[in-house]
Design a binder for this molecule. Sequence first.
Ligand code: ADP
Ligand code: MG
Length: 602
Amino acid sequence: MARIHTLPTSVVNRIAAGEVVERPASVVKELLENALDAGPTRIDVALEQGGVALVRVVDDGGGIEPDDLPLAVAPHATSKLRVAEDLERIDTLGFRGEALASIGEVARLVIRSRVPGGEGAMLEVDGGRIGAVVPHGGAAGTSVEVHQLFGNVPARRSFLRAPQTEWAHASEAFVRTALAHPEVALSLVHNGRRVHDLPATDSWRRRIGDLFGAALAERLVEVESVDGDAAVSGFVGRPEDDVAGTRLQHLFVRGRPFRDRSILHAVQEAYRGLLLTGRQPIAFLRFELPADAVDVNVHPAKMEVRFREPSRLYRLVLAGLRTRFLAADTTATRLVPPAAREPWADDDAAATRTFRPFPDARAAAAAPPWRPAVAAAPAAPRPAWEEAEEVERASGEPVAHAGVAAVAGPTPDERAVQMHDRYIVVESPEGIEVIDQHALHERILYERFKSSVAAGGLEVQRLLVPERLDLAPGEAELVDEHAATLERAGLRVEPFGGATVVVTSKPALAGRTSAATIVREALDRLASASAAGGDPALLVDEVLHGLACRAAIKAGDPLSQAEVDALVRDRRAVRESHHCPHGRPTSLTLSRQDLDRQFRRT
Ligand code: ADP
Ligand code: MG
C-alpha cells in the first residue's frame, strides 16, 4: 500500500483555514478585502456576538457571475492573478484564492451576488459542503454572510475568547481597513447597534476624525517626506497628545494596513525626549513605494510586509517627523508650567496657550513663574482644587500639582536638592541617591490611589460644572462596558445624549487635570487592555496608573524646597518606591563606599 497520498480537498482547505481564519476579525478582514477589490462605493458590515455568530459584509461592487460562484469558493481559485509574474506587482488586496474556501470549511457561508446588468445568484457552503447555485434577485454587488464560525470545529471554537474580546479585534480590523480606504463609504453594526457610519471622503483627516473623533483629528499635524521614489505622508499627534497604547499608530502601504516594528521605532525616535516613558505618539502614515519595493506576499493572515530597503524607510520616517518636531525649541515645551498646559482653562487666551503645539521660548518667558503658593493656602480642610483656584485667582499664578503636599512639616533627616528641574539628589546614610522626580511622584500617587480604592475610600471630587466629552464612535461602547471600572477609579460618566457624555466626578488627587482628559486617557488604556483580554481588577489598576502619570509632577517642573522635602518624606511612606508604575527605576544610588573608592580614600 502506498504510504504517501495527496490530501483530499477538504483537508487541504481545513489546513489553510488554520492559517487564514484565526478568529472573527480574520473573517472581517478577508471579506472587507474582497469587497474592496470589487471596486465598490460603499460597504456595510454587520456582526453578531463579536462576529462569532455572524459576520455579514455587503458591497455594491462588480459582483460575481453565477457560473463563477462555485469557483469563488474553490481553493486557489482567484480572478486576481494568472501567472507567477503577477505576484511581483499585486494591486489587489487578495490574490491567494484561499479565503472563501477556508471560511466555507469552518463555518456556514452564504454568498449572494449580482453583476450590474446581470442575473443574481446565491450559493451556500456549510462546513465544506458546497450547495447548488440558485437564482437570487437583489441589488448589484455582493453580500457574504459567515454564520457560526468554527461551529463545526469545536476544538477551534473553544479557542475563541469572550464575544467582547472578539468584538474588540473585529472592530479593530474594520477600523484599519476603513483608514486605508477613505474613498469608500463604510458602516459597522454590532448586535444591531450602529458603531461607525463613515461617508466616503477624499480627506484622510476627515476619515480619521469620523473614526476617532473630530477633536483628535483637528489637532493632528500633517507630515510628509520624500526620498526619490519613496514617500511617506500622513498625520501625527502633537507630543502633548500622547496616548497610553499603540492603538493610534497606523501604517499603510498600497492600500493595506501593516505592522512594522522598525518603522514604529523610527516614529518613537522622532519623539524622543518629547514624551514620558510609557506614552505613545499618535501616527497615521501612508507609504508610497514602487510595486517592486515591497512584498505583500509574506503571510496570509499576519499584517507583515517585506520592504526591499527597510533602512531607507526608517530614515525617511525619522527625517520626516523630526524636521516637523525639532524645528521648534522642544526644551521650551518643558519650561511651561504643567498647569498651563492642561486643557482645564476655559477662557480663550488660556485655550490658545494650551493648544499651542510647541510653546516657544517667548511664551514660556511670558508665562508667570511657577511657584507653589504655600503660605497663601487656607487652613480649613477644603478640596485641593478649590484652594488652588482661589490662590490662583488671588495671585494670577498657577499653582503646584496636587499631591506634593507642600505643607510645613519636619524636614526629612536626609538633605535633598533638586537638580536640572528633574532630579532630586538626596544625602542618605548609605551614600548619595539620585531620584527621578516624575517617576517617584507617579509611584507615590499610584500607591495612594490604590490603597484608597482598596479601602473603598478614594476621595472623589464632585464637579460643580460637569465636563462634557464628545466620544468617538468606538468609545461609547467602552464607556458602557466599563462604567463600573471608571466609577471605582472615581470617574462618574453619565450619558448626555448622542455621542456625548458628561463627567460628573473625578478623584480629588487628580488635582487640576481636567476630568475629560482623565476619562479620555482612561478609555485609551481600557481599549488597549480589553483588546488584550483584560481582567477587570487589572483594568482599575490601568486607570489608576494613567491618573498617577497625569497628575504627577513632570521632568522639567521646578520645585520649591518644601516640595522637594515633601516628596522625599512621602517616599518612605509608600511601599515599592523603587519603581514607578511603568517599571522604570525611581532612583539610583552611589554608595559611600563607591565614592570613597573612586577618590582613593580606602
Ligand atoms: P482572493 O481574494 O485571494 O482572490 P478569495 O477566496 O477571497 O480569494 O475570493 C475568491 C474570488 O471570489 C475572488 O478572486 C473574486 O473573484 C471573488 N470574490 C470574492 N468576494 C467578492 C466580492 N465581494 N465581489 C466580487 N467578487 C468577489
Ligand atoms: Mg480574498
